[in-house]
Design a binder for this molecule. Structure first.
Ligand code: FUC
Length: 786
């Protein structure tokens, strides 16, 4: 499994000619990413030089700053010129909606915003530039990113070779160049974009500095080791007559997620001594040992899942494969190989952008960003994007990588309680947390207000949505200690909060108010998006309480509230309505809108149950058809998952084809445009979902297998209940599946339209579900009945 190219980046014929900024457009299409969660490299190898873009995950402007003494997460505190608080407006908006004065209410929603000041943006740290005296031989050139060992390799010809990786255990990037005849000549510069104080010595290039915007400290050290001669120039270093040169890069900031300070408190010297020590320790270990240590840690995650969809090896370079993929004449084994590579790439990117010890989850570009003004600030977007980043994590057997997400949301609770109180008046009661509220856009600095424009900013249900990702950690892993200590407290607080937030609609059913269907509108009392999410939150919280045998009364109350929620409704065209006042399709809203907010009940939530309520599942299909198969990258990935949940493998595969054709760059980055990593993760989640589903109380094997996948095998996927599942299939039909229970428990195994059998003791239910009790560590093998 490897991405490979026979040309340097500047010789690739880029797909999209129209680029705003040549360097950025070019980088996002061709650079190859490496990372250990906190430190990211993306390598852009050109004929004349190589640029290694350096990213530090916590390098963000915004938040508290000496220049912003009043920073308060963007919240509008106090009274306006009319003597009213945002909470006063919130109450009025709700009252007006309840009295059906919809246009007045909608206009007043404009008061429910925050301030932009202090929002900030993810930054690019800078670039290392290597010049190798024009060593480039077209015929000998090869460049690759090997997903099996997370290593980038270049052979530039003339014996010059490079090998790079970013170490998970040793927290450094390592770059090795060799030229066995001892004629390696290299000019090296390392530039920070943030006015770092720089020292260039015979041992290394050292940076220290602070971001102008918020004083965030940063430090980086690039050490070198070579058998050649090192000549120090003012801003660069020249290495000559070498057989090899190895570079060790460490970097970090003084960011900490301790609201309201958001700093470690380290002095500049302390930070740089921490960074320099990491680089020195790495140098002491040396390349071979670092490589071995990293591969061990990396493979412990990556190696858990293998996949074969009917072709695993490609003879075509990745850029050529991508170009040929839509063509009928391209061999089907090659198509399957690209689909499988893209699948594993999503897992690779998860490992490289989200490690257990990280303070922050992956952002809109994971960790890789070359721009000073990235689109949407490369922030944490919660009306689909951050959620999508973590859709494949559990099912693709990478649960540890979700830790930073859980930590991030947990740490947001403190500032978000302020927003809950300021905007919705739900204040802390004795011994009770008041609930926390954040919305669409989020940063590392507790920016929890509803944006600076209601139309995209306001989205209380964003909280409920991300909490479902978090609850899934338990559903998959069954770790009760973690549920009790880290997950349930969040669910409980939020379920109580939403219970208080709900109002009675005209029909006596409970709804949230005001709401806005993400990026689509209009402003209403209640909509399907918010209803589905609140439903799921109340269910997750109640299920969690039951699993822990705690808060019985609360759990009953949450379930009772859930029963009173306004339900999903089916419209005149047989569609799932996005809004309650919707009649026929196409009367309101934008045709083919990218968001599928009204279909979250189908995926990723469990509101629409095809077994219990097939008419809703049918209506979801009507809505999916209405939304179409072509959209921006992430939106196609969401459609892919939704079609898989709808059980239509061939349509899911149509989405895969649409995705490859419209939305994938040569480096296999998903493009919105611009590059946005959510689609990569959404794609991987979609493949999981086609092969295995487990959200409706059973382990469903091959729920959406397309005809295009003739014979194949997947090993190591995870189903809810902590089962590890391996499945093989041939000509669209199950051959066999092994289900290993990692926690002990009853497996309910189902495969549509196929009766299953096993040698183990089992029972078969009316619809063919095989029920097998498994001890921890026990495996059951199932086959179709002939
Ligand atoms: C949501 C989407 C946009 C984009 C942005 C980062 O607002 O509607 O398409 O992905 O997030």
């Amino acid at each position: 499994m490897k991405l490979f190219y026979m040309k340097p980046c500047d010789k690739l014929k880029l797909r999209r000619a129209k680029r705003v900024n040549r360097y950025e457009g070019y980088w996002e299409q061709t650079a190859l990413p490496l990372g250990n969660g906190n430190l990211g490299l993306s390598v852009l190898d050109e004929t004349e030089k190589e640029t290694v873009v350096v990213n530090l995950k916590t390098l963000w402007t915004g938040g508290p700053s000496p220049s912003r003494p009043d920073y308060a997460g963007g919240n509008l505190i106090g009274k306006d010129d009319d003597g009213r608080t945002v909470y006063d407006y919130f109450k009025s908006v709700r009252e007006l909606f309840s009295k059906r004065k919809d246009s007045e209410a909608a206009a007043m929603c404009d008061k429910l915003v925050g301030i932009e000041e202090g929002y900030g943006s993810y930054q690019c740290y800078g670039e290392i530039v290597f010049r190798t005296d024009g060593e480039y031989r077209r015929k000998e050139y090869a460049r690759s990113l090997d997903l099996e060992d997370a290593t980038y390799r270049v052979c530039r010809g003339g014996g010059l070779k490079k090998e790079y990786f970013v170490s998970i255990p040793d927290k450094v990037a390592v770059m090795k160049m060799t030229k066995d005849d001892g004629t390696l000549v290299l000019d090296v510069s390392f530039l920070s974009r943030h006015g770092a104080r720089q020292r260039v010595t015979e041992k290394g290039i050292f940076h220290d500095g602070e971001l102008l915007d918020n004083g965030l400290r940063f430090s980086a050290a690039l050490l070198y080791e070579t058998d050649g001669r090192v000549a120090v120039n003012k801003d660069s270093v020249r290495i000559e007559n070498a057989n090899y040169a190895v570079f060790y890069l460490a970097g970090d900031t003084d960011y900490l997620d301790n609201y309201p300070v958001y700093r470690t408190g380290e002095a500049s010297e302390e930070l740089s001594s921490r960074v320099v020590s990491a680089a020195l320790e790495a140098k002491e270990k040396g390349y071979a040992k670092l490589y071995e240590r990293n591969v061990t840690d990396y493979r412990a995650l990556y190696g858990r899942v293998s996949i074969d969809l009917g072709g695993t090896k490609s003879k075509y370079p990745t850029d050529a494969a991508l170009k040929k993929y839509p063509k009928k004449s391209f061999p089907k084994e090659e198509k399957r190989a690209l689909e499988a590579l893209m699948y594993q790439y999503g897992r690779y990117l998860t490992i490289a952008s989200s490690q257990e010890s990280d303070l922050l989850p992956s952002n809109l570009q994971g960790i890789w960003n070359v721009s000073d003004h990235p689109a949407w600030n490369s922030d944490f977007h919660l009306n689909v994007n951050l959620q999508m980043n973590y859709w494949p994590t559990y099912s693709a057997n990478l649960a540890e990588c979700a830790k930073p997400l859980i930590r991030y949301i947990d740490k947001m609770r403190k500032p978000a309680r302020l927003s809950a109180e300021i905007y919705t008046g739900i204040a802390s009661e004795k011994d009770e947390r008041n609930g926390f509220l954040f919305h669409t856009q989020n940063t590392p600095f507790g920016w929890t207000c509803p944006g600076w424009d209601f139309s995209w900013g306001w989205s209380p249900a964003a909280v409920a949505w991300i909490l479902h990702n978090i609850y899934e950690k338990f559903e998959y892993g069954q770790d009760k200690e973690e549920l009790k200590n880290d997950i349930y407290p969040m669910l409980k607080e939020s379920a109580d909060y939403f219970s208080k937030l709900l109002v009675e609609g005209e029909d006596g059913r409970l709804v949230t108010s005001p709401c806005f269907s993400p990026e689509h509108g209009p402003r209403t009392i209640g909509n399907t998006y918010e209803q589905s999410l609140v439903w799921q939150l109340l269910k997750d919280a109640a299920d969690a309480a039951d699993a822990l045998s705690v808060d019985r009364e609360k759990s009953e109350r949450w379930n009772a509230t859930r029963a009173r929620l306004k339900p999903i409704e089916i419209g005149a065209d047989g569609q799932i309505k996005e809004w309650y006042f919707e009649t026929k399709l196409g009367k309101i809203g934008q045709k083919k809108h990218r968001h599928l907010s009204h279909l979250l009940g189908l995926y990723p939530l469990n509101v629409i149950d095809k077994f219990q309520n097939p008419s809703e599942a049918k209506a979801a299909v009507v809505s999916l058809i209405d939304r179409g198969d072509v959209s921006v990258g992430w939106a196609m990935a969401q459609r892919l998952n939704s079609w898989a949940r709808a059980g239509d493998g061939n349509h899911a595969h149509a989405l895969i084809r649409s995705f490859f054709k419209n939305s994938v760059h040569f480096n296999l980055f998903d493009v919105h445009p611009p590059f946005q990593i959510d689609g990569n993760f959404g794609y991987t989640a979609g493949i999981n979902e086609m092969l295995l589903q487990s959200n409706l109380g059973r382990i469903e094997l091959l729920p959406a297998l397309p005809d295009a996948w003739g014979s194949g095998e997947v090993k190591g996927l995870i189903a809810r209940g902590n089962f590890e599942v391996s499945i093989s299939f041939l000509s669209g039909r199950l051959i066999k599946a092994d289900i290993l229970s990692r926690a002990g428990g009853t497996a309910r195994i189902y495969c549509r339209s196929i009766a299953l059998k096993t040698d183990a003791q089992s029972e078969t239910e009316r619809d063919g579900t095989l029920v097998v009790a498994l001890a921890r560590g026990e495996t059951v093998t199932v086959y179709p009945v002939e």
